[in-house]
Design a protein around this ligand. Structure first.
Ligand code: PLP
Length: 131
């Protein structure tokens, strides 16, 4: 089962340091923020598994502590940590409800490139003349 959150893609940081994000090909939009974060994470040596991740797995992994961080991403908000998940039958917390270190690091890496503060090794920045 694939999941997105409203107009954003979603990422899960596991306790072994790997990241899971639902795969393209079904209902998941191939967001540019998703693609950029996967590239930045893999450059850091993080294993990124593009695989289905169900709501039941999410709930169970949050309860067991296997899930350390979760965040949503898209052009508008860039990266937004998910602290608490509320659903009709209840709610659960992830990582104590705080923004985790991997979430912060990936967000800073992407925002640094967007703002021209870090080296744009990928050639992602395009200067628009006359603006
Ligand atoms: C359904 C959906 N998923 C994900 C995204 C995020 O995509 P992007 O990173 O290209 O902004 C959007 C953005 O509008 C969206 O509408």
């Amino acid at each position: 089962m694939g999941r997105e959150l409203g107009g954003m893609n979603v990422f899960f940081v596991m306790d072994d340091g790997s990241i899971v994000t639902p795969p393209l090909g079904g209902t998941i939009l191939p967001g540019i923020t998703r693609k950029s974060l996967i590239a930045l994470a893999r450059e850091e040596g993080i294993t990124v598994d593009e695989k289905p991740y169900s709501f039941d797995e999410w709930k169970a992994d949050a309860a067991s502590g296997r899930l350390k961080e979760a965040f949503a991403c898209g052009t508008a908000a860039v990266v937004a940590a998910i602290g608490t998940v509320k659903y009709p039958q209840g709610e659960f917390q992830i990582g104590g409800g705080e923004t985790g270190p991997v979430t912060t690091r990936l967000r800073d890496a992407l925002v640094g490139i967007q703002r021209g503060q870090s080296n744009d090794r990928h050639g992602w920045i395009h200067v628009i003349e006359g603006v």
